[in-house]
Design a protein around this ligand. Structure first.
Ligand code: PMP
Length: 376
């Protein structure tokens, strides 16, 4: 079980025991799925769109995603969530012992998926002082003859870091010298970028024949439970990923895919509105965190997480590490946050700000009280 799920379950157990728990621990927007999307799903169900779907996705959704990315449907596979496309790619391509380079901090599932597929995660520390970003020199050092993939994720879960076009050009220059390394660019938080979004595939066209883009409707359209995501890449890779999917889940839900088409083709103004709301929350949260002794926060440029360094507070409280800190915080103040070690970077914690202001304010007040009591 992932550490994020463990935190959520501990919070739920406390809530069931009658405590007033605030959990700022999950990675999903608190906005509802847009009504026109729900209506499209209802229509699909009522109209009998309830059969097995083609393994790689319904023709309509594949065509819609392909058109948006300027590729052919053969370059697109629709999965049961973006996570499944990531897993499909690793299962389809990794031989035992193959290495996958990933900047730390990383989304918890990356390392677990790579291990499940027989690969070896190669973790490259990208600390807060470096903006949580991988440098070309670090990439060069991490690549070996066994490297199969570089996994990039921007905006990042958990750090909120993004890469500029120049950053990507620097990494691309290294990758050009290592043609055996493929690139997975997880852009699931594309529409939740607070600076102009930079797509790896568009910025580095020379590497398209070995770039896999991961995206989906979960975060942008508040559709986490609908389970629709996709991969965009070279046709032979997409074919191999589709073959894996065919033996694991078959094609994704017909109703959810009809809903995803409605999300992608309907009114897009909600994206900007929700982005602006998240940005305001970000500012609120970062200011409050930065005011706490022993806590310092880099301003996240995207996604909906703050990933502050809490080493000062850990030390002041005499805690062994961030996991113990988060456990004590949950017990003392009934506030659930995820320790940085879950993302490969101890000494931090992740706070999701995809919550209403009142909830954020109360959560931050609890954390502030807890930290102040440590006497840093
Ligand atoms: N990539 C990242 C970086 C994520 O944070 C998440 C969701 N937490 C996913 C992929 C998976 O998205 P989905 O729910 O569509 O499977």
């Amino acid at each position: 079980m992932s550490e994020i799920v463990q935190v959520s379950e501990a919070a739920r157990a406390m809530r069931d025991a009658g405590h007033d728990v605030i959990a700022l621990s999950t990675g999903e927007p608190d906005f509802p799925t847009p009504p026109h999307v729900v209506e499209a799903a209802h229509r699909a169900a009522v109209n009998g769109d309830t059969n097995y779907t083609p393994t790689g996705g319904t023709a309509k959704l594949r065509a819609t995603v392909a058109e948006g990315a300027g590729v052919e449907p053969a370059n697109v596979v629709i999965s049961t969530g973006a996570k499944q496309s990531i897993a499909n790619a690793m299962l389809a391509t990794l031989d035992p012992g193959d290495e996958v380079v990933m900047p730390v901090p990383f989304w918890t599932s990356y390392a677990d998926i790579v291990r499940m597929a027989g690969g070896v995660p190669v973790l490259v520390d990208c600390p807060m002082e470096a903006g949580f970003r991988l440098t070309p020199a670090q990439l060069e050092t991490a690549i070996t003859s066994r490297t199969r993939w570089l996994m990039l994720n921007a905006p990042s879960n958990p750090s909120g870091a993004v890469y500029s076009a120049e950053d990507y050009a620097g990494l691309a220059e290294v990758l050009e010298r290592h043609p055996h390394v493929w690139i997975m660019a997880d852009e699931i938080y594309e529409h939740l970028s607070f600076v102009p979004f930079v797509s790896f595939r568009e910025t580095v066209p020379g590497l398209r024949d070995r770039t896999l883009v991961i995206n989906g409707v979960s975060k942008a359209y508040s559709m986490t439970g609908w389970r629709v995501g996709w991969g965009i890449g070279p046709a032979p890779l997409i074919k191999a990923m589709t073959a894996v999917q065919g033996q694991v889940t078959s094609g994704g839900s017909s109703i959810s895919q009809a809903a995803a088409v409605a999300a992608l083709t309907g009114d897009q103004s909600l994206l900007a509105e929700r982005n602006a709301a998240m940005k305001a929350r970000r500012d609120r949260v970062v200011a409050a965190l930065d005011a706490m002794p022993g806590v310092s926060c880099l301003v996240p440029d995207g996604a909906f997480y703050a990933f502050p360094n809490i080493e000062g507070a850990i030390k002041a409280g005499g805690f062994d590490e961030d996991g113990v800190f988060c456990k004590a915080l949950l017990e003392a103040e009934a506030l659930a946050l995820v320790p940085g070690r879950a993302f490969g970077m101890p000494g931090h914690l992740r706070l999701s700000f995809a919550y209403a202001d009142a909830l954020l304010d109360e959560g931050l007040a609890r954390m502030g009280r807890f930290v102040a009591g440590l006497g840093a």
